[in-house]
Design a protein around this ligand. Structure first.
Ligand code: F6P
Length: 367
């Protein structure tokens, strides 16, 4: 008898998800491990995240074909090197108070004969995973989000790839910035946590870094830019998280409203800063929002390796009946942590430890 496990990616995509799926399938179907485990697996991919599990009609062949994908080693052979998610994903909240779909989801989970569910997700979707666990679904989770804002783990899939894209893009921008002697305001993602801007800023030596954890004073940003100019800098890069905000103001968001989890679609703070700097100085400014470029492309070596570790860990967790938990990276080792604990808080930049609130950059002291 084979134990049938389901796997889905929920919420936003990122590089590293496919690596996790590749290695999960390879580990789950590894015949050499059967004697040690005393069990055999079958892996079913759920298409488009929670939406697939809500929409699928397990009694209809066509529906099964649309929303599920039986996975084997041959099928996932090359997946590890591709970004995004080959299973597809969606931003769907099955527990949306306006339209609760959780009953249908749980019914389908059971009808599909699934005995465990692997969820690759960020904060909101791990919240869904935890609720399902409380309803009796045997859930294990893999952390992913380019924002790296999940607590109880030092790494979330996608982050390293995104920081590398930020680094490469700023390397490109500094060439044209230098030629024209311009200021570039570069906006990264990072809704609540400033890790992308902070670490991208460290990697590129950005002159000014603005993060959501510390509200900035616009006049100070302008003053710093003028000082840099006076000191002879031909150009400056300001790297700002989409979630950063000027003191006394709200985050800048798009007009599109909120997603199924009540999050506003952020974006535009860099444009606001660019406009103000041009208005209040004689500096020439350009604004670039990196947006979804940061979430695209193929995974870095680190994301592939972490995908491998987390994918294999998810199978081990099922074997050990370690349900309701998330694979986690702590002090150079894979471990597991309860989802309940993960959901208690977000992992934000410790401003006192890492950020220079006077000059708006990484702290200049490391010891
Ligand atoms: O949660 C990850 C993230 O990349 C955030 O940094 C960003 O605000 C959001 O996703 C963008 O979401 P969407 O793809 O729906 O525009």
């Amino acid at each position: 008898m084979k134990t049938r496990i389901g796997i889905l990616s929920a919420g936003r995509d990122c590089p590293g998800i496919n690596s996790a799926i590749h290695w999960l399938v390879n580990s789950a179907l590894d015949k050499d491990l059967v004697p040690r485990r005393g069990m055999m697996f079958e892996v079913i991919g759920i298409v488009d995240g929670w939406k697939g599990l809500v929409e699928v009609n397990p009694d209809k062949k066509d529906s099964l074909k649309r929303w599920t994908l039986p996975l084997d080693v041959d099928m996932v052979r090359t997946w590890d090197r591709y970004g995004g998610t080959r299973l597809g994903t969606s931003v769907t909240n099955p527990f949306d108070p306006k339209k609760d779909m959780s009953e249908a989801l749980i019914k389908n989970y059971r009808k599909l004969g699934l005995e465990a569910l692997v969820v690759i997700g960020g904060y909101d979707n791990l919240g869904v995973a935890h609720k399902l666990f409380r309803e009796g679904v045997k859930v294990v989770a893999i952390p992913k989000t380019i924002d790296k804002d999940l607590s109880e783990t030092e790494y979330t899939l996608g982050f390293d790839s995104a920081v590398n894209i930020i680094t490469q893009d700023i390397d490109r921008l500094r060439i044209t910035a230098g030629s024209h002697s311009r200021i570039f305001i570069v906006e990264s993602m990072g809704r609540k946590a400033g890790w992308l801007a902070l670490e991208g800023g460290e990697a590129t030596g950005a002159a000014i870094i603005l993060i959501p954890e510390h509200d900035f004073v616009l006049e100070r940003v302008i003053e710093l830019l003028k000082l840099l100019k006076k000191a002879g800098k031909r150009y400056s890069i300001v790297l700002v998280s989409e979630g950063a905000k000027p003191r006394g103001m709200e985050e800048v968001h798009e007009k599109r409203g909120q997603d199924g989890f009540g999050n506003f679609f952020l974006g535009g703070v860099g444009g606001f800063i660019a406009q103000e700097v041009e208005k209040q100085t004689n500096l020439e400014v350009r604004y670039v929002a990196l947006r979804h470029l940061q979430r695209g492309g193929s995974p870095t070596a680190f994301d592939r390796r972490m995908g491998r570790k987390f994918g294999i860990a998810a199978v081990d967790m099922i074997v050990n009946e370690d349900f309701g938990r998330m694979a986690s990276w702590k002090q150079g080792e894979v471990t597991t942590v309860p989802l309940k604990k993960v959901l208690e808080r977000l992992s934000l930049v410790d401003v006192e430890k890492f950020y220079n609130t006077k000059n708006y950059r990484s702290l200049d002291q490391v010891l």
